[in-house]
Design a protein around this ligand. Sequence first.
Ligand code: PMT
Length: 399
Amino acid sequence: MNRLQGRKLVLGVTGGVAAYKAAELVRLLGKAGADVHVVLTEGGARFVTAVTFQALSGNPVWTDLWDPRMDNNMAHIDLVRGADAVLIAPATADCLARLAQGRADDLLSTLCLARDVPLLVAPAMNRQMWEHPATQRNVACLAGDGVTIVGPAAGEQACGETGMGRMLEPEELFEAVIAFFVPKRLAGRKVVMTAGPTYEAIDPVRAITNTSSGKMGYAIAAACARAGAEVVLVSGPVALPVPAGVKRVDVRSALDMRAAVFDALPGADVFVGVAAVADYRPMLAAEHKIKKSGEQMSITLTPNPDILAEVAALSDAPFCVGFAAESRDLDAYAEGKRANKKLPMLVGNLVADGLGGDDNTVVLYDDAGRHPLPRAAKADLAAQIVDHMAGLLPPVGGR
Ligand code: PMT
């Protein structure tokens, strides 16, 4: 479920130093299947040339309201007809002011006025320009007109100052564009979830753990956030960035994970257990590093609590989704786990190749039966899993 495949996007690039980031954004959008048409203002063209954008987008770049390449001299109309959205990145203070006033004296401002599709703007400017009451007035006016304001962020600026006004990074803008196109089927919902492995200490330097990378869980967290949910992701140790709009709580052991889940649970509508939680932990973790003796040794293990089963058994349990990783007999084992833990939905995955890959093969199980999904990237599967889950939820406030 690639939300950008085949989308026509008009990207306006105005005259700020962050224009260089727009080049990478065009590459990311194009790689995701979007058809990107770049409109450069005169100022934008001073920072990055049309040739760069043409090479990256594979489309002609437009700068002039009177461009003779458009048969009818109506570039401002033709470019936005059939477009899914217009994004301006970077949007300078001047650009925001002109949009707020409804000016139409260059190609970009005119096509924004002539558009009947959503407009997203990514402001980029010096911190003092951003904080100026005039800019803040213009931003409020644009938001009131239904324009989506993406960013800015705080940080070091090209002028050497530090503060609010940096344009978001290309990856963040890319994420914002995808999220924009995802229907907000989880708006008003709180999702608590787990991801990654747990780490059960044997001594200060050794542990029992597993090879879960967290990729599947983080993809589910991102998909829930894109669908409008408030997401708390209780994560075992993994090397992944926090998905946009997600609150991550870092834990190590299953006991820590359980405590963090129950802390986050009040008000949750949904609980999703994607973590590969260790079933056992050493009964006693040694205080100091265990020394080699040359003799056989054994470690006594004790069972960990089953977090998902405990949450599902609560009298006011949220809608619970479990995962099951199996290397054979997926249907039997997955349905068995769903029944044992009394879950309305479970995602079974075949992990014959081990954990940690970028793709997955999953089957969804619910009261209506089994729903196999074609093998796909974890991000794509996550969107489908979350969509399926959203369709099973009781109405907001109805549990
Ligand atoms: O992280 P990746 O590399 O992307 O891999 C993803 C994954 C394979 C780890 C993931 O897709 C997955 O299948 N996770 C569940 C792994 C599993 O088989 O769990 P389980 O059978 O031990 O547990 C079943 C369910 O109970 C799971 O939802 C699990 O989170 C939950 N559980 C299990 C034990 C326990 N003590 N507490 C739990 O909450």
